[in-house]
Design a protein around this ligand. Sequence first.
Ligand SMILES: [Zn+2]
Length: 310
Amino acid sequence: MKEKRVLATFILAVAFLGLIFLLAHRAAASSARCLPDALGVSRTLELSAQGGWQVGLKTYPRTLALDDHEIVLTFDDGPTHTTAKVLDALAKECVKATFFLVGRNAAAMPSLVRRQIAEGHTVGHHTFSHPGATLRRLGEKAAQNEIEKGFSADDKAAYGAAGAAPRTPFFRFPGFADTPALVEWLSARNIAVFGADVWASDWQPMTPEAQLALVLARLEKEGRGILLFHDSKEQTAAMLPALLRELKQRGFKIVHVKPGAEPPAMQAAPQGWTSETDKIIADVFAKETHAGRKAHGVAPAPQAQPAPAK
Ligand SMILES: [Zn+2]
């Protein structure tokens, strides 16, 4: 009887020590991933999306109020095979970003979505299938379904279940191709729309070196803003470690956005602002018209939007 008790105590003690060892090892491993002089996050905005709002000067005449040299990192279109590399680079610098997921990718690679959540990133939404024709061509109901299906697939991948509303009420339109009706619908659902202030233009193929130089030049010019990348792009994943080192050296600060209770502080666009994205979308539609839109059976292109009044 006594021997049994001694044995049980011994087993418990071994299990306890094993647990301590495991926890210590894990803590050491996670802090070891961070560089000693890591870029880190300088502040976190816990934003309420109540009533809906839209930010990002490429599309909207306002953006988040950021200080000089403050940037918000955002990555679209994942998760894909290059996402892990992006996450490794962010982890090394203790930097948090926002990922706007494509629902069908999230459903295909849920472990990457769970890793994003576990590592403290924000997981926003970017439709279910990222329609090539953009949501402008889908018609109201089909576009809403694309968005809803995306919310649901992302949350199922991230948390195992999806509720009536997405846990993170942040959305980005594919190709920035919004419509007034969809923006109104999202606002009524208390969902915020993120455009961007600075593009990496990483949809254009270039070497990682050229990509790095382009982003740094644009950041130096704009000085701050919501920066758009694609974690689906190899050139972006490849240059990210060097970019984050360079941002640290140049005194840029990372602002992390996540859902919360603060109404966002906004910065109005400078005088003479116009939407850059509307011009681009109109050009794409015009080119498609030449390519024989009827053959694809898609709806007629909307009228190019007039430039907003100056
Ligand atoms: Zn996209």
